[in-house]
Design a protein around this ligand. Structure first.
Ligand code: SF4
Length: 357
């Protein structure tokens, strides 16, 4: 049977999203919902694989993130938006796929290896500072213990997420290709053992523009340098005014270095934001004016604030409207129903192929 192209992607519920999340993923998702049958999942079980020791904010984070998705333009009439744990078939398929997944494949997962390396570094550092007791305390408090079956097996759950909807297109950046390769390998192993059930998911390479944080480093919640999608006008203005620029510029007439270079390695954050929010000719002109010392940073940032205000107003309007009508739980419940209708059919095929029924 010829199946239509299906896109699957998910995000761990980390609460409110920032511009790095928007430009790195959400913006592409909004475009994809008009072209494909799309399933977008808040993957709360994945959150547990590394954050099981503190789930106090999990529910709130799911709501906040769903609102941000809606604010960014995901439309429940065009795509399926749902919470992973509302669809238990994800767990059942992960269990079945686990039967055919070689241990070496998950043990060689680069993320797993990196986290274990981080863990041993932390362990060594803490032991040097205060010994084993200190490590045990931190292990409890900060959840350093990732040597778990759940975390080792998360790529299998990831494969189940995609294959459950016969997802054959997965939006990824270049750096995520190895993760998808593991899902493809698991699909092949299953098909070899039980017959051609799954198409191997293909990468849908999406643009991932550079989104620096307020201080010039990569935008990240943990660095405290982010601009949230739902930033108030006053807070957005404060953040734009405080953006890292070119420390070599003392006066408006000093020649600036807007792009990353040896003298200004991170490059100017405001300039990188112009690239995201203004058209090419404007960015070119602004870069030339900066290099020639013909514009001051405050004036340049004022222009940036004007460029960003329109899209941010739009986000706020949509988010407030969904929040006011208390729509999040309803949207997630409706999404779960649609997702389960597809997931249930897939599991029937899987059980049949495995001669479980
Ligand atoms: S003039 Fe604009 S682009 Fe140049 S350093 Fe200042 S803020 Fe950045």
């Amino acid at each position: 049977m010829q199946r239509q192209d299906v896109v699957f992607s998910g995000m761990r519920p980390t609460g409110r999203l920032h511009l790095g999340n928007y430009w790195g993923a959400l913006k592409s998702w909004v475009a994809l919902q008009d072209r494909f049958s799309c399933f977008f999942s808040i993957v709360d079980w994945h959150m547990l694989t590394t954050g099981y020791s503190d789930t106090s904010k999990l529910r709130d984070n799911v709501s906040e993130m769903t609102l941000d998705w809606l604010a960014a333009g995901l439309d429940p009439a065009k795509c399926v938006i749902f919470r992973q744990s509302d669809v238990p078939e994800h767990a059942e398929l992960a269990l079945m796929l686990g039967m055919v997944t070689p241990l070496s494949s998950v043990e060689n997962n680069p993320t797993w290896k990196e986290q274990l390396q981080e863990l041993s570094k932390t362990k060594a550092g803490l032991a040097a500072e205060g010994g084993q007791t200190r490590y045990e305390e931190n292990k409890q408090g900060a959840n350093y213990e990732l040597r778990t079956y759940g975390f080792l097996g998360y790529p299998v759950l990831q494969a189940a997420d995609i294959l459950l909807y016969h997802g054959n297109k997965v939006p990824v950046g270049q750096d995520q290709l190895p993760h998808l390769e593991l899902s493809r390998e698991i699909a092949r192993k299953f098909n070899k053992a039980f017959g051609e059930i799954f198409a191997e998911p293909q990468p849908l390479l999406t643009p991932t523009p550079r989104v620096p944080g307020l201080d010039g480093r990569k935008m990240s919640k943990s660095y405290g340098n982010s601009i949230e999608i739902y930033e108030s006008p006053a807070s957005l203005e404060t953040k734009v005014k405080g953006m890292y620029t070119d420390p070599g510029r003392k006066k408006a007439t000093d020649p600036g270095r807007p792009e990353p270079c040896a003298e200004n390695p991170p490059g100017c954050t405001a300039y990188a934001m112009h690239k995201l929010y203004a058209d090419e000719s404007f960015v070119k002109a602004r870069g030339e004016a900066c290099r020639a010392g013909e514009i001051g940073c405050m004036a340049c940032k004022k222009e940036l604030l004007c460029e960003m205000s329109g899209p941010f107003d739009e986000f706020r309007r949509r988010r407030d409207a969904y929040a006011a009508e208390g729509g999040v739980e309803r949207i997630l419940a409706e999404g779960a129903l649609k997702a389960r209708a597809v997931a249930g059919k897939t599991m029937d095929e899987v059980r049949k192929a495995m001669r479980l029924r």
